[in-house]
Design a protein around this ligand. Structure first.
Ligand SMILES: CC(C)(COP(=O)(O)OP(=O)(O)OC[C@H]1O[C@@H](n2cnc3c(N)ncnc32)[C@H](O)[C@@H]1OP(=O)(O)O)[C@@H](O)C(=O)NCCC(=O)NCCS
Length: 167
């Protein structure tokens, strides 16, 4: 019988594993939705773990130490601008390894975020969903607000979907 996957808050020591996971995950799962040239420019800018996020207390990982198969979190700050709006949270850096995909780990990470955010008075989440992940966020209750190109630095624009979910 398989054991339920453990979800816990990340810490600074998870940096290497949290960088390795998107590096192993994004190229495979994003490939069907993006031009190869777009991914090859954007991925190096996207996969690095963000130390502030890791230490924020609102970033979660799935798995056991040394064997992390999923990650994802939320912040009160809007990614890119740092803007904070009362009652609004922002979903950040969700990834589940393809070998563990489709087993409910992404949803479990989202529920950990939702429970924590609700307890802090957050009433809605927004996210900038990668094109491949739009159906995942729809399954979680998000609706599409608008298509949105994300400026990644170095002149790279990454097509995404701006979405919102009431908590
Ligand atoms: C998106 C991602 C995190 C989903 O993780 P996951 O663990 O496979 O998702 P889950 O198994 O928890 O699925 C949750 C729900 O979403 C649905 N879902 C997930 N991916 C889907 C897809 N591609 N198409 C349709 N539905 C999908 C599932 O059917 C499930 O619905 P249910 O709970 O109602 O049965 C994972 O595919 C991933 O890492 N993708 C690449 C990275 C990425 O794009 N991250 C988002 C950045 S914004």
């Amino acid at each position: 019988m398989s054991r339920p996957i453990a979800i816990r808050r990340s810490g600074p020591d998870d940096g290497a594993a949290v960088t390795a996971l998107p590096a192993a995950t994004y190229p495979i799962l994003m490939a069907p939705a993006y031009e190869t040239a777009t991914l090859s420019r954007a991925l190096p800018l996207m996969v690095r773990a963000n130390p502030v996020l890791l230490a924020s207390g609102s970033f979660h990982v799935a798995g056991v130490p040394g064997q992390i198969v999923g990650c994802g979190g939320w912040t009160p700050e809007r990614p890119g601008t740092g803007e904070v709006e009362p009652g609004l949270g922002h979903i950040r850096h969700f990834a589940v390894h393809p070998a563990s995909g489709g087993c409910g780990i992404g949803r479990a990470l989202f529920e950990a975020c939702r429970e924590q955010a609700r307890a802090r008075g957050v009433e809605a989440f927004e996210c900038y969903a990668s094109l491949n992940a739009e159906p995942f966020y729809r399954a979680l209750g998000f609706t599409k607000l608008a298509p949105r190109d994300i400026a990644m630095g170095d002149g790279v624009q990454f097509p995404a979907v701006w979405m919102q979910c009431r908590l």
